[in-house]
Design a binder for this molecule. Structure first.
Ligand code: NA7
Length: 538
């Protein structure tokens, strides 16, 4: 066993948006001695790993950034509405440099385990290079979509070509020129990658298990006058997004879709469709997530658009989503996605009509009894969302209890930030917080600020440990599940519902609070103001 080499006030795991802000806050605001461990070779997290063609953010860039650096908000110029991966990575590199963050980050280092010591009230943290350190506070800034889901396809090891998962794409890129490429998956990632790969590849074969409802991104340059106006109004923008439902400047139409005339509805749908981005998803009629009838009206509009865009009616029919409500799976944003299926070099193999993937052979993929010959396979099969990255840390709380033991029926947290039995552990945008159902930087900042204030309060009052009580946690889990059960979200086999990973207990992973991100923040702040209600401090 390695001996403890160093001790820190706080260890932060991950150097993406969350880890960078957490480090800045604990080190420069509170003056703590902090060590960040990051498995990548530089900062960026999601934006370091996901380098597949077409990778870009789906939230408007003017709000997909840190709002705590007021000067940078004014100085930074994004090149388009949804910048590409390398531009966002460049932004995070710039932030790291500007605030001298890298000196406290150890790169190329993964945390392999951490144990809470009940006698010293410290966490012992182990890394894959044999290091062992202690820390009073342990902060998981590991991201929500960072544990790759690579399904165990029979025969993959026999494949003679090359294969890649989108979240672990080679730094040097992949040349698809003159290649027969297979794409497995049609989620938000594949919807970004398919049109790009189709432009290069000799032939692209897309293997679809579930058709998705895609809406246009409408990426492009932003009007300089709009940029100027936004910069002048950043204070207002930041306030609005922090108080909003989804951490975005999107607001539901305060009406039922069923109360309007067909003409008025069509006008509203057209407006959202033309605006692009998440408007159709997050600024639709307020009963879209609750009423199947209202939802059907939204879904029908998208189905009509698919039929209008895809020329071959047989392919269009395969691309029409069936069997689940619109908006209950993560909204993919499309740039020429449906148009791509009009191209001669693109074909669609649909699990329901053409047959499921049976195995991978030496030469390609066999689905529905037919082998499709391929030179390269790209797996856009997603992630073990939210709980996966936390479980991978091999945490041991009081009594040596693990998350596998605690989370047999799905995650159990208090506010998505704390777990009973794991003192002084904080999970940024953890399960059962708004997290992935919001614009991530907004939720990240809210958690980082809350954690910082919590640690500051503990130091002022000379407390050594804080942990959620079982009772408060049970109540929170009940609340999260009660709220979501009133919506259509539970009907879909989505990763939100943990349904994408075989054997993962079916549970809703984020929190869809009645007042969204703004209401959740208010609740967290009230809890703090009331002396950390639901927590035990010692
Ligand atoms: P997603 O949204 O989980 O999509 C994964 C896709 O891969 C989806 O179409 C899946 O079909 C498909 N899939 C997964 N496992 C299999 C197997 N075993 N066989 C065939 N097809 C499979 O991941 P993304 O990377 O696209 O997006 C993740 C998030 O990243 C996204 O939501 C944004 O927040 C950013 P399914 O729909 O499960 O039937």
């Amino acid at each position: 066993m390695a001996s403890v080499t160093q001790s820190f006030d706080a260890v932060v795991i991950g150097a993406g948006f969350s880890g960078l802000h957490m480090l800045k806050s604990l080190r420069d605001k509170l003056g703590l001695k902090v060590r960040v461990y990051e498995s990548g070779e530089t900062v960026g997290g999601t934006w370091y790993w996901n380098r597949y063609p077409g990778a870009r953010c789906d939230s408007d860039a003017y709000i997909y950034c840190f709002t705590w650096d007021k000067q940078l908000l004014q100085e930074w110029e994004w090149s388009e509405r949804y910048p590409e991966q390398d531009e966002i990575l460049g932004y995070l590199e710039h932030v790291a440099k500007r605030h001298d963050l890298k000196r406290d980050i150890q790169f190329n280092t993964s945390v392999t385990g951490a144990e809470f010591d009940e006698t010293t009230n410290l966490w012992t943290v182990r890394t894959d290079n044999g290091e062992e350190v202690t820390a009073r506070y342990l902060i998981a800034a590991v991201g929500t979509l960072s544990a790759t889901n690579m399904p165990q396809f029979k025969g993959l090891e026999k494949f003679k070509g090359k294969w890649y998962h989108t979240s672990r794409f080679p730094q040097t890129g992949v040349d698809f020129t003159n290649k027969r490429v297979g794409m497995v998956g049609t989620g938000a990632t594949a919807v970004q990658a398919i049109p790009e790969i189709a432009q290069q590849a000799k032939q692209l074969t897309v293997f679809q298990r579930t058709a998705n409802y895609c809406v246009p991104a409408r990426n492009g340059k932003v009007d300089p006058e709009v940029i100027k106006a936004r910069k002048a109004d950043y204070e207002g923008i930041v306030k609005r997004i922090k108080e909003s439902f989804f951490g975005q400047e999107h607001y539901f139409i305060p009406k039922s879709a069923l109360e309007t005339t067909a003409e008025e509805r069509e006008r509203e749908f057209d407006k959202m469709w033309d605006a692009g981005g998440f408007a159709f998803w997050l600024a639709n009629y307020q009963d879209m997530f609750f009423s199947q009838k209202a939802n059907d009206l939204c879904a029908d509009y998208i189905k009509r658009k698919i039929r209008q865009t895809v020329k071959d009616p047989v392919i269009a029919e395969k691309l029409i989503p069936k069997g689940y409500a619109y908006g209950t799976k993560r909204q993919p944003l499309d740039t020429n996605y449906y148009e791509t299926f009009n191209k001669e070099n693109v074909r669609l193999i649909d699990a329901k009509t053409d047959g499921v993937i049976e195995e991978i052979t030496e030469t390609g993929i066999r689905a529905g009894g037919i082998v499709y010959p391929l030179d390269i396979i790209v797996f856009a099969t997603g992630f073990d969302a939210m709980t996966g990255p936390l479980k991978a840390l091999n945490l041991k709380g009081r009594g040596g209890r693990t998350l596998d033991q605690e989370w047999v029926d799905g995650p159990r947290t208090y506010l998505g930030i704390s777990i009973a039995g794991f003192p002084n552990l904080f999970t940024i945008t953890g399960p059962q917080s708004p997290s992935v159902l919001s614009n991530m930087p907004v939720s990240i900042e809210q958690h980082v600020e809350w954690i910082t204030e919590c640690i500051e309060a503990m130091r002022k009052t000379e407390k050594t440990t804080i942990e959620a009580t079982r009772a408060a946690q049970d109540q929170w889990v009940g609340h999260v599940n009660e709220i979501v059960s009133a919506t259509l979200m539970t009907s879909a086999n989505s990763w939100y519902m943990s349904a994408n990973i075989p054997g993962k207990p079916r549970a809703f992973l984020p929190y869809l609070g009645p007042e969204g991100v703004g209401g959740y923040k208010k609740k967290c702040d009230e809890i703090a103001a009331n002396g950390y209600e639901g927590f035990q401090l010692a």
